[in-house]
Write a protein that binds this ligand. Structure first.
Ligand code: ADP
Length: 399
């Protein structure tokens, strides 16, 4: 019987779960409970015999996980019929304390709690998920897998901000990077597609989902990444601004009387594609752009231009690049973003094949969208963060 890991990703008002087959990477079943704590919540469970939905109110994360357990019993597979070896938890911020996944114990919980000031939106929800799951599954080992861990290999000159040196010790101010689980998975898959050892290839990974980040991976290790102390820095995202002049905060405080919290919120929730067009969903931006909408065109151009700048920067960081990899919702699906971001980079050895780029066919295992003789391969690889978390949980248990 193959081994399974129950992967849990707890957000502030949502709980995602996947029962992963660690061998194949398939989700045997998965689900999402949204709008936790509201009058009407939404729970969808994808089981072996189809989808089941429920709109009853779910008061808190404990009730959400109980609802998930009931859905497994009712719609399958029954959890006691499956060989579950661990529960894997996504934790957003591991600071500089976690360079690897780790077994959950009281010390780990205290450490993740200490990091709440660096990730006030994410770490409390992740901790809630861990505590609830430990109560419901007391006999299983629980493993925390950190979004920041893969980037702990950044050299000091890449993670240090040029600010008063004491800010690092006093406040933890440095670049940490996020989406590490995805970047690790995708860069390893890229090496596999190139038929090379991960330890010998240099890759630029572009994770373009609602959140977006770029990572330079040298010989299997992250050496630079676009998100910083928080996930706000770097690329243009669905609702986040990405890079901007840090003086804007102070300027808005002076001329518009905006508090730090108000500006923080606007940059995280009301900026990016949403700020420029009113919508954060890339598909809608694309539709509007195709209809000739000027703000959608500008948003697309800003998005792709920023992407191109990071590709250029990470090309310089790596010196030689074996592959550029696109992943996540936009990266996997938008041929126009891939084409615009790589347009004019032929002199860097990056040759997109327009026909391959436009029609990927099934990309479940990843696909080449560059020409056969392109010195730098361009790949589209579906990310599978749940599988990576499941595999890492098993790895921790075998230590
Ligand atoms: P998350 O960060 O929430 O995991 P996803 O990886 O699912 O995000 O990516 C969500 C983004 O992908 C959305 O902006 C969505 O519009 C975009 N997307 C999904 N499918 C397509 C598509 N066919 N073409 C362009 N964009 C797409």
């Amino acid at each position: 019987m193959s081994e399974h890991v129950l992967v849990i990703n707890a957000g502030s008002s949502s709980l995602k779960y996947s029962l992963m087959d660690t061998g194949s990477g398939d989700a045997v079943a998965s689900g999402l409970v949204e709008k936790i704590g509201e009058d009407q919540s939404h729970h969808v469970h994808h089981g072996p015999s189809g989808d089941a939905e429920d709109d009853q109110a779910v008061a808190d994360h404990e009730a959400a996980l109980e609802a998930a357990v009931r859905a497994f019993e009712k719609h399958g597979p029954a959890l006691d019929s499956v060989d579950i070896v661990a529960v894997g938890h996504r934790v957003v911020h591991g600071g500089d304390r976690f360079a690897e996944p780790a077994l959950v114990d009281n010390d780990l919980i205290a450490a993740v709690n200490d990091l709440v000031p660096l990730a006030p939106l994410h770490n409390p929800a992740n901790l809630e998920g861990i505590e609830v799951a430990r109560r419901l599954f007391p006999d299983l080992p629980h493993v925390a897998v950190f979004d920041t861990a893969f980037h702990q290999t950044l050299p000091p000159y890449a993670y240090t901000y040029a600010v008063p040196a004491s800010w690092l010790d006093d406040y933890g101010i440095r670049r940490y990077g996020f989406h590490g689980t995805s970047h690790a998975f995708v860069s390893e898959q890229a090496a596999r597609l190139l038929d090379r050892d991960p330890g010998e290839v240099n890759v630029i990974v572009l994770h373009l989902g609602n959140g977006c980040s770029a990572t330079a991976v040298r010989a299997g290790k992250s050496v630079d990444t676009s998100m910083g102390m928080t996930p706000l820095e770097g690329l243009v995202m669905g609702t986040r601004s990405g890079d901007l002049d840090p003086a804007i905060h102070g300027h808005l405080a002076r001329v518009a009387d905006r508090t730090a919290e108000e500006t923080d919120r606007a940059l995280n929730k009301e900026s990016g594609l949403k700020g420029l067009t009113g919508v954060n969903d890339f598909r809608e931006v694309s539709r509007r752009r195709a209809d000739g909408d000027e703000s959608a065109q500008l948003a697309f151009d800003v998005y792709c231009y920023r992407l191109k700048k990071y590709i250029g920067a990470y090309y310089a960081v790596l010196g030689t690049v074996d592959a550029i990899v696109f992943t996540a919702g936009v990266g996997q699906n938008s041929a126009e973003v891939r084409a615009a971001a790589l347009d004019g980079l032929e002199s860097l050895g990056i040759h997109l094949d327009p026909a391959r780029n436009a029609d990927l066919g099934g990309v479940l295992a990843g696909a080449f969208v560059s020409t056969d003789d392109s010195p730098v391969a361009v790949l589209v690889i579906p990310t599978n963060e749940e599988w990576q978390i499941a595999r890492q949980a098993v790895e921790v248990l075998s230590r």
